[in-house]
Design a protein around this ligand. Structure first.
Ligand code: SAH
Ligand code: SF4
Length: 362
């Protein structure tokens, strides 16, 4: 069967991209600001309603771009307030997007950057699927727009998302250009205008792309470290064969850090595997204390995996020891475990059960 070609999504355009398109069709300079205002401030996705935009410009935009938002094909609410969404795109592919509430009305959206993932980490449910395709920037931004629309319509008009983490499915730096444009749209005042401190990109450690991060808006960077010994890290993350800890840490040193900014290191805690005294010692030799925060992630168990999560007392001991050696250290609590927790698990289970596109979107 021939692959269907889709028009580029309007939400895949950075402000400058849109401005140059508009210039090419003879529109006035200020129209780009108006278009962004309709989409990202007024959340009005149908150009027919853009009252101050000239009809000719709207026609040109409609001829050139697609305005379809992703569909929420499944939604689940956990007892702890976490909401999981299965978000579907034009070709029927789906990804997971998770909304995690926190104190002071903070709501973090965990977004996906690819369908599946090519990196193949052995502990990761998404890693077992392989890569199906990259997401277009507009599909990354579209997860935010679709969930915002859902919250406003189904929960309350004041509902808004405050933070973004690129910690759903996929390796965002493997999809560098599209992830970069999405980060521009999230942080651009003329678009979604989130503070750069409220956006965090997590990467498994693609060294050449880490070296190009100064092209990105200066958002927070989290590195999935998971081990302080090369042999253990290679077992968990095959990418460590190409870019080992030495190469990774020297690339990280080059990331431009703004004042008071840290690099966050994510460290998966697996029972009797990387939760030993010698792992703490190796970590403290590896990571500079002044600019490193460590976020411990107790392994999220799922049936096909042989890894286990350590006991709560072991997790707390690991944190205490790291704090004693001078690190700022937090433990990521598991959210939404009653609605299929591990990364990629929801998507697999749902796809087994339903033909998603025959379901009525919520
Ligand atoms: N690909 C990127 C971002 C998405 S994964 C990365 O790897 O950093 C986001 C985080 O979830 C990563 O730190 C990843 O290691 C972690 N993760 C994946 N599977 C997990 C599991 N079963 N339990 C706990 N954390 C997991
Ligand atoms: Fe990909 Fe991240 Fe999962 Fe590794 S942990 S397979 S990089 S999504």
């Amino acid at each position: 069967m021939q692959k269907k070609e889709f028009k580029k999504l309007i939400y895949s355009l950075s402000f400058d991209d849109l401005a140059s398109f508009l210039e090419s069709v003879g529109a006035k300079k200020f129209v780009a600001k108006q278009v962004f205002d309709w989409i990202y401030h007024k959340h009005q996705y149908d150009p027919e309603n853009w009252s101050n935009v000239p009809a000719k410009v709207k026609e040109a935009l409609q001829a050139g771009f697609d305005f379809t938002l992703p569909k929420i094909v499944w939604e689940g609410l956990s007892v702890d307030g976490t909401r999981k969404f299965l978000v579907g795109f034009r070709d029927g592919r789906t990804v997971e997007t998770v909304m995690i509430p926190a104190k002071s009305n903070r709501k973090t959206l965990c977004i996906s950057s690819q369908v599946g993932c090519a990196i193949g980490c052995t502990f990761c449910h998404t890693g077992t699927m392989g890569l199906t395709r990259h997401l277009e920037a507009g599909e990354i931004v579209g997860q935010f727009l679709a969930v915002t629309k859902f919250l406003k319509e189904k929960v309350g008009p004041e509902e808004r998302l405050s933070n973004i983490v690129y910690m759903g499915q996929g390796e965002p730096l493997h999809n560098f250009e599209q992830a970069k444009i999405s980060a521009m749209i999230f942080t651009d005042e003329r678009a979604l205008g989130l503070s750069q401190r409220r956006v965090t990109l997590s990467t498994s450690g693609l060294v050449p792309q880490i070296k190009k991060l100064d092209d990105f808006p200066p958002i927070n960077i989290a590195i999935s470290l998971h081990a302080a010994h090369n042999d253990i890290r290679t077992e968990l993350m095959p990418i460590n064969q190409a870019y080992d800890l030495d190469r990774l840490l020297s690339a990280i040193k080059e990331i431009p850090l703004k004042a008071h900014r840290y690099i966050t290191y994510e460290y998966l805690l697996i029972d009797k595997y990387n939760d030993r005294k010698e792992d703490i010692e190796a970590l403290s030799r590896l990571l500079p204390k002044e600019v490193s925060k460590i976020n411990l992630i107790p392994f999220n168990e799922y049936p096909e995996s042989s890894f286990k999560r350590p006991s709560i007392s072991r997790i707390n001991w690991f944190r205490d020891e790291l704090e004693k050696s001078g690190y700022t250290c937090t433990i990521r609590t598991t959210k939404g475990s009653d609605i299929l927790a591990a990364c990629g698990q929801l998507k697999s289970e749902m796809e087994k059960k339903v033909n998603l596109w025959s379901e009525k979107p919520v």
